[in-house]
Design a protein around this ligand. Structure first.
Ligand SMILES: C[S@@+](CC[C@H](N)C(=O)[O-])C[C@H]1O[C@@H](n2cnc3c(N)ncnc32)[C@H](O)[C@@H]1O
Length: 319
């Protein structure tokens, strides 16, 4: 029987990481508060099906007010997504409601037309579809998802969003590296995680299943998945590892595991995020030291606009 955690236990985990960064009491409180507060919603225009100008004009005529984001032409925030999520734009895939941290992660993969891309943990396909839009539906994407209903949902979603270059596979991502050794130019591993970003401390249901046992289980699987992702990458290719968790076990510890296995075959890319609310990856946690290069990985600090996220960009060296 899994022990259900209290709000205090979640706050404790968040505080421990704030302490590890020596964040001021005020900054730590800001992070904890962000797990209580309502966030702004965000969406992107799906340029596979609509032009930005047309969508903005339609939203305006429906009284939906949106604000642009400075790092993406297609991304916007809005106070209340209820009208938009019920609209025909969302239903018909002209826009896709997606938080900014997720959008930024997909953008950072920097997939180009004509490349061969792997999305190793794809459902429901939000990032896959953004990647396809950036590739202008030119090239190839393989999307992997082992859970049956999530796999079928991804296929339906991608179809609705006008993605034509993606083939979906119902598979465990951990076997892909051995089956498709050095096939892909780019790989996204948006790993299954304990989903701290989804925690709303006002809503017990959102954290009642979150616990350290789950964190440890996720960490074990993430370490296997990151090796598989790296093995599937071509020399010279790049991959993104991301989670929407705040836990070191699911982030720095996983990248450190890859570095322990393949240190001489990769470099961690220094991520220059176009936002201010981020921290470098931790190199020491609970008295365990990780590779120094992990400081080049990034943690997005949650706030009103952004969900808690961890992003690492990794390049496979040409031998
Ligand atoms: C964080 S979600 C991915 C979200 C997706 N990238 C998006 O933006 O829409 C992680 C996904 O990994 C899937 N997953 C779980 N175990 C997996 C495994 N062994 N191999 C590949 N995917 C797995 C989960 O079912 C879940 O759909």
């Amino acid at each position: 029987m899994v022990k259900v955690v209290s709000e205090e236990a979640v706050k404790c985990a968040i505080t421990a990481i704030c302490d590890a960064y020596s964040l001021s009491t005020e900054a730590s409180q800001g992070v904890i508060d962000s797990f209580y507060n309502d966030k702004l919603s965000a969406f992107r225009v799906n340029t596979l099906k609509a032009s930005i100008a047309d969508v903005l004009a339609e939203l305006n005529s429906n009284g939906i007010e949106v604000s642009p984001i400075n790092w993406s032409d297609v991304s916007y925030t809005l106070k209340d997504k209820s009208l938009l999520s019920r609209s025909s734009f969302a239903r018909d895939g002209l826009v896709y409601i997606q938080n900014l941290s997720s959008q930024l992660t997909a953008l950072l993969l920097d997939a180009k037309p004509d490349e061969f891309v792997l999305d190793l943990a794809a459902a429901p396909g939000g990032k896959t579809s953004f990647i396809a839009a950036m590739m202008q539906n030119n090239g190839r994407i393989s999307a992997v998802e082992p859970v049956k209903d999530r796999y079928f949902r991804t296929i339906a979603n991608l179809k609705n969003l006008g993605v034509t270059i993606c083939k979906c596979y119902q598979k465990d991502g951990r076997v892909v590296g051995k089956l498709c050794k050095e096939w892909f130019d780019k790989v996204l591993l948006d790993a299954p995680c304990s989903s701290m970003a989804q925690i709303d401390l006002r809503d017990e249901d959102s954290y009642s299943h979150w616990n350290m046992k789950k964190v440890k289980e996720c960490s074990r699987k993430q370490k296997q998945l990151i090796l598989s992702a790296f093995e599937s990458l071509k020399p010279g290719g790049t991959m993104i590892y991301s989670t929407c968790s705040w836990m070191v076990e699911e982030n720095e510890e996983v990248v450190n595991h890859l570095l322990n296995e393949y240190n001489d075959q990769l470099e961690i890319v220094d991520l220059d995020l176009p936002i201010e609310n981020y921290l470098p990856g931790l190199t020491i946690y609970n008295n365990v030291s990780y590779h120094e290069t992990i400081t080049k990985t990034r943690r997005i600090i949650p706030n009103q606009c952004y969900e808690a996220f961890y992003i690492a960009k990794i390049r496979k060296l040409i031998r």
